[in-house]
Design a protein around this ligand. Structure first.
Ligand code: GH3
Ligand code: MG
Ligand code: MG
Length: 306
């Protein structure tokens, strides 16, 4: 599938806040780490118990864990590291220990520990290790996904679209594209503030995600615009789907964020198969033109590209 192949190709950085969990650090060391990482994009948390730490990782969306092992590396801490890796989905534990051996190092590798620092180490070594861990995370996760909504970003979307077009061409399949733009979103920001605006974007991305299949690619094209690639979908079926999502968004309850306000979207549709094959650029352009027509014709509308 195009989405899977993409993950290997993407390398792009984005600035986001990172939650770092310090586990079992003595007060003095913890203070030094906190002072050293006093930057806007680090948020530090502390735990002393491994079970509680594992729960905190999922709850707080932790990016990296620094675990102080005091003297020897134990089975328990290796198991902890393995479980952290499966929750965070990449090697993410930095072990601090007084003692290790070649056997231990092999175990660290097997248990997917990101790094191991032997005491006494320089603080700069620990900060370098943290930065390397976060860079790894950014290139692997945020290189493909939009940080606010978790949807594919514009760069990923274009890559997937090119691959899907190639597939549709090779096997002579249908392919449709939807461009969705929130109506009068500037007004929402002006009335309720950007933070609420961001919550609405997150909420809307959830509504959109719930309406499509796993094989469809949903992306945040930019700002308040979303794009959806629908493989194996005829223009008629794409129109039905677009109309369904338009109604779903219009009928959704946003009163948690914006009291009494209605939220609508306009949608432009283009199709690869008709009236002649298109490149990724023309497919996007055609959907954009149709979206522009929908705006001109009063918004809260689905328009098919001619
Ligand atoms: P139209 O119906 O013509 O699309 O009107 P609009 O107000 O939605 O369009 P316009 O392009 O004038 O404004 C888009 C707005 O979307 C302005 C911008 O502040 C807002 N926006 C874009 N990205 C974000 C974001 O990440 N967060 C928030 N809160 N607002 C955003
Ligand atoms: Mg727009
Ligand atoms: Mg808009």
């Amino acid at each position: 599938m195009a989405q899977k192949a993409l993950a290997q190709n993407m390398r792009k950085k984005k600035s986001v806040s990172h939650h770092i969990l310090l586990v079992g650090l003595k007060t003095t060391l913890s203070k030094v780490v906190q002072n050293g990482l006093q930057e806007d994009d680090f948020i530090l948390h502390e735990e002393f118990d491994l079970t509680k730490a594992l729960k905190a990782i999922a709850r707080l969306d932790i990016s990296l864990v620094v675990l102080d092992q005091d003297t020897y590396i134990t089975e328990e801490s290796l198991e902890f590291s393995k479980r952290c890796t499966s929750v965070i989905s990449h090697p993410s534990v930095i072990l601090l220990t007084e003692n290790t051996s070649i056997d231990h190092l092999r175990l660290l590798f097997q248990h997917k520990v990101h790094d191991c620092l032997i005491k006494p180490f320089k603080m700069s070594e620990l900060f370098d290790s943290i930065k390397r861990g976060l860079e790894y995370r950014q290139t692997h996760i945020y290189g493909v996904k939009d940080a606010l909504t978790g949807l594919y970003n514009r760069y990923a979307f274009k890559e997937i679209l090119r691959q899907e077009i190639e597939r549709a061409q090779r096997y002579d399949r249908h392919l449709s594209l939807l461009m969705i733009d929130i109506d009068h979103f500037k007004r929402v920001n002006d009335m309720f503030g950007h933070l609420i605006g961001d919550h609405i974007l997150e909420e809307l991305s959830r509504v959109i995600q719930s309406a499509f299949r796993k094989t469809d690619t949903i992306a945040r094209f930019g700002g308040e615009e979303f794009s959806i690639i629908l493989p194996e979908t005829t223009v008629g079926h794409a129109t039905l789907l677009a109309e369904r999502i338009r109604k779903k968004i219009e009928g959704h309850d946003y009163s948690r964020f914006i009291k009494k306000e209605r939220l609508t979207v306009s949608i432009g549709i283009s199709n690869y198969h008709t009236p002649g094959r298109k490149s990724d650029i023309t497919l996007i352009h055609s959907a954009d033109q149709a979206l522009y027509t929908a705006k001109k014709e009063g918004r809260n509308k689905v328009v098919l590209s001619r």
